[in-house]
Ligand binder design. Structure first.
Ligand SMILES: [Zn+2]
Length: 201
């Protein structure tokens, strides 16, 4: 912690950096000093990249992931099996599953999870859009690949109930993914196994 009061712009920068996952005050301060002292060009490049990403990326109309087009390349690909839909919490999770090279269906990215305490309910998460997506296309199976955390499990349970009520076959990735863990941090082999061993009840 600094004993001197921070100049306002420095304080603002540190506060902004602490918004990033896993970045506490102390790391944020180190990053801020680094960018200002050693890498002003890098800082400007980050600024530009953030601006252009915010401006040019939108949510894919089909899978809700990030894309520059209305519909992303994955959803448009003729090589994907459009009868299977894998539901994940984040684009990072989607990326991990892709990296495992074990899945060739399509995705739906929730961009979150049910978390009543944080004001994330079914409406906020856009479950209706997911349902619409399932009904609009010939989906035969929905694989729930939300994380094995309490909130991820709640989300999977809720979604499973709703989808089954509508007569959709639902499966859950296998438990090989350690309890309490997030897909993002699981190795590709385990993800591949969890997908192959998925269960429907
Ligand atoms: Zn898409």
């Amino acid at each position: 912690m600094s004993v001197l009061p921070d100049p306002e712009p420095l304080y603002e920068l540190i506060e902004a950096l602490t918004q990033l996952p896993g970045v506490g005050k102390r790391t944020a301060r180190r990053m801020a000093y680094y960018l200002l002292q050693n890498d002003r060009e890098g800082a400007l490049a980050i600024q530009k990249a953030i601006e252009s990403a915010l401006q040019d990326l939108q949510h894919c109309k089909m899978c809700n992931s990030f894309t520059q087009e209305e519909i992303c390349a994955t959803c448009l690909s003729p090589r994907r099996d459009n009868t299977i839909l894998c539901v994940v919490e984040t684009a990072a999770d989607q990326n991990m599953i892709e990296a495992s090279h074990s899945y060739h269906g399509l995705y739906y990215v929730l961009m979150g999870k049910l978390s009543p305490l944080e004001g994330m309910g079914a409406d906020t998460l856009g479950f209706k859009r997911l349902l619409q997506r399932v009904f609009d296309y010939p989906v035969k199976e929905v694989i729930l690949a939300t994380n094995f955390t309490a909130e991820g499990e709640t989300t999977a349970h809720y979604l499973g109930q709703v989808l089954k009520e509508h007569g959709i076959k639902v499966s859950r990735i296998a438990r090989g993914v350690p309890s309490g863990s997030e897909l993002e941090y699981v190795d590709a082999g385990t993800i591949a196994w969890a997908l192959t061993e998925r269960r429907s009840d």
